[in-house]
Design a protein around this ligand. Structure first.
Ligand SMILES: *Cc1c(COP(=O)(O)O)cnc(C)c1O
Length: 496
């Protein structure tokens, strides 16, 4: 098995090389040349860590010692040995992905990525220092910092949109400990930060300059294939839970509703389905930045619109990077990788030059066979939080609430599909206490820590320990820079 660019099948690399490089040299994303075989019913009988290991071994056959590496990544870092529990509340099942060290679903991949990278570079003599660059709309940044902090042979720099993340998300990042970490606010939005990071990865001059210092840039964003594949596990885990509960019998399909931003989480669901997991529909839950909802409806991807900041900041995105992988896979990659890559390269060129692209009817009909989408505004999200808490005593964060809203809309719109729906619960409600308090009808105190304790008093659900601890940590990374300064910051870090 090898990995190639979504835009050029002749740019081929081993799995470990793809993990280390992050982004393909032509700016495309790495994708496998064929889907590995997996014994689905066997995987469903395993524990979550074993499921993770089995899936990683299938996708990254040149890495050794994967079971041990998975244990090292997860053991003792989650507040439950089950890692990702499924909770039934009202008519839906919530797959809680927030029990890790930073209380967001990105922990599942980002606890593992440094270990995958270490295993990937193990056979190289004189391996260079990996400098991880990450643009974040909130949760990735902290999860990446926490995953890479003090991992030998690595450095990490995180860029977040100044004013575009919640007070607690910012605090989680700027208080990060570790000798190899740095964090900067960018004057701009998430797309500015992400475009800036992408530009650094394709900057030949910077690459040469860093190579002379024995440093290599890499990515912890979900464009890295080593971020994407670890997320496949929890779709299997959810199915195992529903089997065990007797909600489904082996082979019955289930739907998933996924709060979506950069399209990494939901693409992992698509891969799970492609591997043979019985999946009905994948519901793309969007907020008012609903480029993806429009895309599913019309086949036209059009980013030419204003970006709105919403109560679900991790979904405030106009360019969903991972969609490129889906386009490639839906464009006939299995039979004609060359044509699929040419088509994908064309879409990405159109997107860059004109801000939009359109997919042909046959690709669009494949898209709608697997995916359905709607969007919720801030009012809908808060109303969902309130009504679920009142009716079922289940408290959601705003992202999860949009997933729940989407599931309800889907049930109303397509009543003929009555499969069980699993909603991916992507963050702890304590990462967004102000919105949650407001949704529950409370006056919101100014201070984020007062918000936490008020929410705890009202709901009797305890504040997760890693969030509580923020109160006592000093702010170590207070720099805010312009997009133009990103390069010089990386050059300077290279001197340290
Ligand atoms: C990152 C994130 C999302 C979006 O996931 P993508 O993989 O970017 O689509 C949704 N909710 C939360 C809380 C997140 O942190």
């Amino acid at each position: 098995m090898y990995y190639q660019s979504t835009r050029r099948p002749d740019l081929r690399f081993s799995p470990s090389e793809a993990i280390l490089q992050g982004l393909a040299p032509d700016g495309g994303l790495f994708i496998f040349d064929h889907l590995p075989e997996l014994d689905v019913s066997e995987v469903l009988s395993l524990s979550p860590m074993e499921q993770s290991a089995r899936i990683l071994e299938a996708f990254f056959p040149d890495l050794t010692g994967i079971p041990a590496l998975v244990r090292e990544a997860y053991e003792g870092k989650f507040d439950t040995p089950d890692l990702v529990p499924t909770v039934e509340a009202g008519p839906y099942h919530f797959l809680e992905l927030f029990h890790g060290p930073t209380c967001a679903f990105k922990d599942i991949a980002l606890c593992l990525l440094p270990h995958l990278m270490r295993a990937a570079s193990v056979n190289r003599e004189d391996a260079p220092t990996l400098h991880i660059l990450t643009a974040t709309s909130g949760d990735t940044g902290k999860a990446a910092l926490s995953g890479f902090a003090d991992v030998p042979g690595t450095k990490i720099t995180v860029f977040y949109p100044d004013g575009g993340v919640s007070a607690l998300q910012r605090l989680q990042m700027v208080t990060q400990q570790g000798n190899n970490v740095s964090v900067y606010g960018i004057r701009g939005n998430f797309d500015d930060a992400q475009t800036g990071v992408k530009a650094l990865f394709t900057d030949k001059e910077l690459e040469d300059e860093l190579a002379a210092k024995h440093i290599r840039l890499s990515s912890a964003n979900s464009i890295n294939i080593g971020r994407l594949i670890p997320q496949v596990m929890y779709y299997f885990k959810a199915y195992s839970d529903l089997l065990r509960a007797g909600t489904v019998r082996m082979g019955d399909k289930i739907d998933f509703s996924v709060p979506t931003g950069n399209f990494g989480d939901i693409l992992a669901g698509y891969l799970a389905a492609a591997l043979g997991l019985p999946v009905g529909k994948l519901l793309i839950a969007a907020n008012i930045n609903h480029v993806l909802t429009d895309f599913v409806e019309t086949g036209v991807y059009d980013r030419r619109r204003e970006l709105y900041l919403t109560v679900a900041p991790s979904m405030d995105i106009l360019v969903s990077s991972n969609l490129e992988r889906l386009l490639y896979l839906l464009s006939g990659a299995e039979t004609s990788p060359k044509a699929a890559a040419a088509a994908t390269a064309g879409y990405m060129r159109d997107l860059k030059e004109t801000g939009r692209y359109e997919i042909p009817e046959d690709v669009h009909s494949k898209l709608t066979r697997y995916f359905w989408s709607t969007y919720a505004d801030d009012f809908d999200a808060k109303e969902t939080i309130r009504s679920y808490y009142q009716q079922y005593g289940y408290l959601m964060d705003p992202h999860t609430a949009i997933g729940c809203y989407t599931a309800e809309k889907y049930r109303q719109t397509c009543p003929e599909d009555d499969l069980p729906i699993v909603i991916l619960s992507t963050a702890s409600c304590y990462k967004f206490p102000a919105t949650v308090l407001e949704a529950l009808g409370n006056t919101v105190p100014e201070d984020p820590f007062e918000q936490l304790s008020l929410l705890q008093t009202i709901t009797n659900i305890s504040v997760p320990a890693p969030i509580l601890a923020l109160q006592d940590l000093p702010e170590r990374h207070t720099g805010v820079i312009s997009r133009e300064e990103m390069k010089s910051v990386i050059q300077k870090e290279g001197e340290m």
